[in-house]
Ligand binder design. Structure first.
Ligand code: ZN
Length: 203
């Protein structure tokens, strides 16, 4: 007979899989930053990418989330009760800036840890300059989402969409980019699950 303790230790696999909320940045009618040469915006790029990521993630259940309004987005995500949140964006600046960055809420240690996992995976695939992980306050760009989601949340900006060379690099291997996201999501899920497991044991 298993004691309750041993059940807790060995029967974890019976638990339903936790959820990763995969948020597609912006909306169809307000698509975010645009690459003028190819006339492709953040929304269109990331919507296509999201379905490719979805088919590659092995661990967490994945739920795509579309923005209705920005103000209600955190509540919509929280209603799903995800283990963590990944928001898909692209960076933009003056057409020349290049590289990969991932943002997290400045007070979230877990946010920082998972931002680092995502950054390493995206950089190792794209091989663009790493701009690092970026702590954001609630007043900064993206900070509202990062602050008001209950689960650890990151905003991924793998490249600058207004930089033709960055976009070329990303579009040259969309499958590879989707796999880089999926590998990071699998690793993040494993890390957060192990942390929760350790915390449960302490109780
Ligand atoms: Zn964006």
């Amino acid at each position: 007979m298993l004691t309750d303790f041993l059940k807790k230790v060995f029967c974890k696999d019976d638990e339903p899989q936790g959820l990763c909320a995969l948020v597609i940045g912006h909306k169809k009618d307000s698509p975010g930053a645009i690459n003028k040469k190819l006339n492709i915006g953040e929304f269109e790029f990331n919507e296509q990418l999201a379905t490719m990521i979805e088919s590659r993630v092995k661990s967490a259940r994945l739920q795509r989330v579309y923005r209705l309004t920005y103000s209600q987005l955190p509540a919509d995500i929280n209603a799903l009760n995800p283990v963590f949140v990944v928001s898909l964006h692209c960076n933009s600046d003056d057409g020349k800036a290049s590289g990969t960055e991932v943002s997290y809420y400045h007070k979230s240690i877990k946010g920082m840890e998972i931002a680092d996992i995502m950054l390493r995976s995206l950089v190792s695939h794209l091989k663009l300059p790493s701009r690092g992980i970026k702590p954001k306050t609630s007043e900064e760009k993206g900070g509202y989402l990062l602050r008001y989601t209950s689960a650890p949340c990151i905003i991924a900006e793998p490249f600058f969409i207004d930089n033709d060379r960055d976009l070329d690099r990303a579009m040259a291997d969309m499958e590879g980019l989707a796999s880089a996201y999926a590998r990071a999501i699998d690793e993040i899920y494993k890390v957060l699950k192990a942390q929760k497991f350790a915390a449960d044991l302490k109780e």
